[in-house]
Design a protein around this ligand. Sequence first.
Ligand SMILES: Cc1cc2nc3c(=O)[nH]c(=O)nc-3n(C[C@H](O)[C@H](O)[C@H](O)COP(=O)(O)O)c2cc1C
Length: 371
Amino acid sequence: MNYHPIFKKAKIWQRELINRTVLAPMSRVSATTDGMATYEMSKYYTAFATGGFGIIITEGIYTDASSSKSYDRQPGLINPDQCAAWEKITQSVHKSPTLIFAQLMHGGALSQCGENTLAPSAVQPVGMKSVSFGGEGSFPLPKEMSIEDIQKMQDGFIRAADYAHKAGFDGIEIHAANGYLLDQFLTPELNRRIDRYGGEIRNRFRVISEIITGIKDMVPESFIVGLRVAEGKVNDLTYRWSGGVETAKELASQIKLSRPDFVHVAVQTGEWERDSFYGDGTSLASVIREITNIPVIANGGFHNLEKAKTALNEKHADLLAIGKAALADPHWPIKTRDNLLTVPFHRNMLWPEATISHTLKIIHKLDTVES
Ligand SMILES: Cc1cc2nc3c(=O)[nH]c(=O)nc-3n(C[C@H](O)[C@H](O)[C@H](O)COP(=O)(O)O)c2cc1C
């Protein structure tokens, strides 16, 4: 059979992948209020494994009890009970030949739930909180993190990675994209520090490189440690670096030095070809791939198979992450490979709430209307 290149086998670090499809991380507001993953989440993630995804990246998981939580009913990985709850999910997913990575996330100034938020500098975020994630109104002015706050936050990521390994995940993804805390450190307009975590790119990236080193020192070599980066922000979709491709190259050079096992390049709007290019045929993904020689996952509207073929054939990326199309139909890989119809995404699946149960309700409703 002459399948689309997204269905070719691949490798990441030492692990074989059944194809090049990756489930993009998507927050689902469906954990218990004390951050425990649930049976509903287990069924949700298992469906992507039986649906044929090569890799599942979980929703962003919080990393410490004090300041990292991004919204109520977010899952955590900060204690043995939360670890045990995730273990049930990894065991269920591993009945299929799919890898599962935990996305570790600190919301920083963009938390939907806290009033006492932390950030590299005291800069109030633009935009409004999201109703679908339980937020309301504008974001509060965050407190500038002290060096002690930074160390505590980094320890949170390292401990959460250790819990992820104990819970049976194949790896983790450090969320440094989309305007959340680690991206706030990377972004000069949001990071006005004059210490070793502010100023030139090497300093702004330091907070991330120290986390990567700390995690790699903690877990076995076979455990995969990836990094997600992006230009756009959830609260500011049109944000772009002023330095264009030169900034992309500088960031890539820093990533190369810290040696994550993969890099995941996100496009917040879902329009990869519109928002990720620099006018010279290169994209943030291809610049990072070329400079680092590390496997790259690209993301943003890749349920469009023409777009997916171009990204793979023109070597912008090695793997492609699918978000909303997978949320609407977890069997997207198998159905697409076999030329079957998939359930299309509809915005009501996330409105007025982004919970798993709400999405299922809307899918059922659309199904009933269609038939
Ligand atoms: C409901 C929802 C929740 C999301 N939550 C996260 C998240 O927790 N972490 C993250 O890095 N990106 C998150 N994203 C962004 C997606 O990973 C992805 O970048 C975006 O949906 C674009 O990909 P797509 O065009 O395939 O949907 C979320 C997107 C959606 C729709």
